[in-house]
Write a protein that binds this ligand. Structure first.
Ligand SMILES: Cc1cc2nc3c(=O)[nH]c(=O)nc-3n(C[C@H](O)[C@H](O)[C@H](O)COP(=O)(O)OP(=O)(O)OC[C@H]3O[C@@H](n4cnc5c(N)ncnc54)[C@H](O)[C@@H]3O)c2cc1C
Length: 292
């Protein structure tokens, strides 16, 4: 493994200064569960790692019209803190099935998004919640929607010096149901495919539908055509029976070491249908909204 310098700045400004000093030869490190693997394999060979752990501006949770939380929020906190699990159960569920407890205790939500793996488990629920990301660099702050953030495998709209500082999700409307499902080769594995659903129901009709999937396209993906086909309709068995074919049209999976393109295509259609059913059962307040 190539030797590198290690820095632990206390402020964003200090972090930006360090990144500028290394002129593109430094990388940020949050929990280190992705970047250290890449450095050990020699895939990343930075001259320095700049740790985000000492920067208080990247921590904390604020409630407003929704919830804003720091990018250094641990995956373990998403899983177990009621501030997330009560109002955003699909996000808490995604966190609960990400890797192992040891990884979840150090991995951060910001790292999960910035790493931009198509399989990132936090991405689909945050896509269905239409999260906004605050990015900050030496030139100031900007807000981007999570949908624009992912640009390809390992690629985002963040430039090399920018840091995801905060993530904001709107408060769920009345009668919202959410669900997250994941399938892997074994427990604690990276997803072969994952899926999240968010539904807002009114008098048995779906007023808003947000669906997102992972590991079946170059980026974690919103299924906008399927969403439009569901909005304004009753969700019955007939509609659910058409979901698989609609999903298969919107995704572009590949064959890799984990599984085949064909398997991903079929399983994702099934998972999205199941996620919709589960979201209907979780509609709150008011309980089950399943129509047969
Ligand atoms: C054994 C194992 C199992 C895993 N299983 C899963 C799994 O089931 N599901 C899953 O989704 N992932 C999994 N992962 C991947 C990893 O744990 C997660 O992606 C994790 O959330 C990364 O967070 P981190 O804080 O450790 O990121 P780091 O490794 O510290 O950083 C990842 C990348 O993001 C950049 N970065 C970090 N924070 C920021 C920020 N705030 N702003 C800008 N850039 C930033 C870093 O420079 C780096 O390029 C697994 C990893 C391992 C080793």
């Amino acid at each position: 493994m190539k030797k590198f310098d290690y820095h632990r700045p206390q402020t964003l400004k200090e972090a930006f200064r360090l990144m500028e000093k290394y002129k593109g030869r430094a990388r940020y490190i949050a929990g280190g569960t992705d970047i250290i693997v890449r450095v050990k394999k020699g895939v990343a060979q930075p001259d320095a790692l700049v740790s985000l752990r000492g920067i208080n501006e990247l921590r904390g949770v604020e409630r407003g019209r929704g919830l804003t939380f720091g990018s250094m929020t641990l995956v373990r906190e998403l899983e177990s803190d009621p501030v997330f699990s009560t109002d955003f159960p699909a996000l808490a569920r995604a966190a609960a099935v990400l890797a192992s407890p040891q990884i979840r205790n150090v991995a951060t939500v910001g790292g999960n998004l910035a790493n931009a793996a198509p399989s990132a488990d936090c991405a689909p629920p945050l896509l269905t919640l239409e999260a906004q990301l605050t990015l900050e660099g030496p030139g100031g702050k900007r807000e981007v929607s999570i949908d624009e953030f992912f640009q390809g495998p390992g690629r985002t709209c963040c430039d090399a010096i920018e840091i995801i500082t905060r993530i904001t999700v709107p408060a769920p409307a009345n009668k919202t149901g959410m669900a997250f499902l994941k399938t892997g080769r074994v427990n604690q594995d990276i997803a072969l495919a994952n899926a999240a659903a968010l539904l807002v129901m009114e008098n048995s009709v779906c007023r808003k539908c947000r669906l997102a999937v992972g590991a079946v396209a170059p980026v974690p993906l919103r299924l906008k055509t399927v969403e439009s086909a569901i909005e304004g309709r009753k969700i019955d068995d007939e509609l659910l029976g058409q979901i698989g074919a609609m999903v298969e049209h919107e995704i572009s999976p590949i064959t890799d070491v984990r599984t085949t393109e064909d398997y991903r295509r079929v399983v994702t259609g099934v998972m999205v249908g199941r996620a919709i059913r589960q979201a209907l059962q979780n509609v709150y307040p008011g309980g089950q909204e399943v129509f047969r």
